[in-house]
Design a protein around this ligand. Structure first.
Ligand SMILES: C[S@@+](CC[C@H](N)C(=O)[O-])C[C@H]1O[C@@H](n2cnc3c(N)ncnc32)[C@H](O)[C@@H]1O
Ligand code: SF4
Length: 450
């Protein structure tokens, strides 16, 4: 039996979640615009794209929140923001001589669920003017259940939503009080029923471990209540406590947080409960019913990792819309200006709002591929690298060195196949970080890996 406490004590546990490589803290000022120009220049009318739209508003502020959002009790700033978002889409349309095909579109936040139906309708109209949605395109939206109203349901229907992701976090009132997120089970159950009645067949629920005042029993009760709602997918994220970045997390009493060992035990037990109830484990923190498209893709080694977590999205191009959104091309990343006011000022001047970005070096591309496959499949076959033998060996050597130095036997290397062993999977982020060339130069402090 693996002594996980010793593993946690041995390795530096503050490592990235690798939703991208290199990670966002390494993006550089002034590069975003160049990556975005490269994206526009390389769009073709036969290769579909994905779109991410960010809505940085919430009508309450949860103290655990690590997302880029701001609190508003009035709707006027949200409606105004929509005007800028629509103008950004028009500006994009003015640059194009054809309508790019859209494979997947994700509305995230913040809380896109606070949009009024009229705004969902005009946003969809603006998108339809510039893009062509494929018949099988996937349209997903993040929903805070406490926002849901008949008007909002009408809006997401008009927008063509096919997949909904709803936030639960934890159902225990004491935990909810500690994170400022009151949310009854009955409300959540009714929202799930309303979404299904609307014809939305695919529902994901987000839950968190590592929250203040969360105990083993409270988390197990939350997971069992989530399972009773029969979601198609579940995400079980570890709470990232980064008060040095998110000041409102200082509202959380540090002494109420479970320690690393408790986090590990809670995550393991919650994951075992999901697996025993028929969910397949996907990567480090997702679970899906065996017939869900994510589970099918995972079985075929075809899942990917992006800023939303694990995805079936195979598009090389991700167009980012809205403040702070991150887009991607084969050659790099770009991020729209993070402050909503700066984003809006740019669009007001009919200019795109790209801020930081990064062009991938050849070394970045190889490491990004290795890290993504490890995060998705827990293994990597070095013989698949399309490089000369000397270069392949230099990356393989990283695995050789890790295995030689690792006293816990978390992984094995047989020939060219590097594989994390089942007991080592909880430490996947730590193992993936061995291939991260930027880690030691990081000036940024990451959250806990487990
Ligand atoms: C944009 S939020 C969810 C949408 C919606 N606003 C809600 O709260 O229901 C996406 C998810 O990120 C996760 N999340 C937010 N802050 C986090 C943090 N500090 N650490 C880990 N996960 C976090 C939560 O599980 C949340 O449901
Ligand atoms: S968790 Fe969701 S509702 Fe809460 S502040 Fe963050 S984005 Fe808003």
């Amino acid at each position: 039996m693996l002594d996980y406490k010793a593993v946690l004590a041995h390795y530096p546990t503050a490592v990235p979640r690798y939703t991208s490589y290199p990670t966002a803290p390494h993006f550089q000022e002034g590069v975003g615009e160049k990556v975005f120009s490269d994206l526009i220049a390389n769009l073709t009318d036969d290769e579909p794209v994905s779109i991410y739209i960010h809505i940085p508003y919430c009508d309450k502020l949860c103290w655990f929140c690590g997302c880029n959002t701001r609190h508003t009790l009035k709707y006027a700033p949200v409606a105004r923001y929509l005007n800028y978002l629509i103008r950004e889409i028009e500006l994009l349309g003015e640059k194009l001589s054809f309508r790019p095909k859209v494979q997947q579109i994700h509305l995230g936040g913040g809380s896109p669920s606070l949009l009024k139906s009229e705004d969902f309708v005009r946003l969809r109209q603006a998108l339809d003017d510039v893009f062509e949605f494929l018949a099988k395109s996937e349209v997903s939206v993040e929903i805070d259940p406490s926002d849901v109203s008949d008007d909002m349901l009408e809006g997401i229907k008009a927008f063509g939503v096919t997949r909904a992701s709803i936030g639960v976090q934890d159902f225990h009132p004491d935990v909810q009080k500690a994170i400022n997120r009151p949310q009854g089970f009955e409300l959540t159950r009714d929202v799930v029923a309303s979404l299904r009645a609307l014809g939305i067949r695919s529902i994901n629920i987000d839950a968190l471990y590592g929250l203040p005042r969360q105990s083993y029993a409270r988390l197990m009760d939350t997971i069992s209540k989530c399972i009773s709602l029969k979601p198609d997918r579940m995400a079980l994220f570890g709470y990232a406590h980064v008060p040095w970045v998110k000041k409102h997390q200082n509202m959380i009493n540090q002494d109420d947080l479970p320690d690393s060992n408790a986090r590990f035990e809670h995550a393991l037990a919650a994951s075992q409960m999901l697996i025993s109830e028929g969910y397949g484990a996907i990567g480090i923190d997702h679970f899906a019913k065996p017939d869900d498209s994510l589970a099918v893709a995972a079985r075929n080694g075809r899942i990917h990792r992006n800023f939303q977590g694990y995805t079936t999205d195979e598009c090389h191009t991700l167009i980012a819309l809205g403040g702070s959104s991150i887009g991607r091309t084969k050659n790099g990343f770009y991020q729209n200006l993070v402050a909503t006011s700066s984003y809006q000022d740019q669009i007001e001047n009919d200019e795109f709002a790209c801020g930081k970005g990064l062009f991938l070096t050849e070394d970045d591309k190889v490491r990004a591929h290795i890290i993504e496959r490890i995060m998705c499949d827990f293994k990597f076959d070095f013989s698949q690298l399309d490089l000369n033998a000397k270069s392949v060996e230099s990356y393989r050597q990283i695995a050789v060195d890790f295995i030689a130095d690792d006293p816990f036997k978390l992984a094995k290397l047989e020939g060219d196949m590097f594989e994390i062993l089942p007991e080592g999977r909880a430490f996947t982020r730590i193992i993936a970080s061995q291939f991260d060339a930027y880690l030691n130069q990081a000036t940024f402090k990451y959250s806990k890996a487990v």
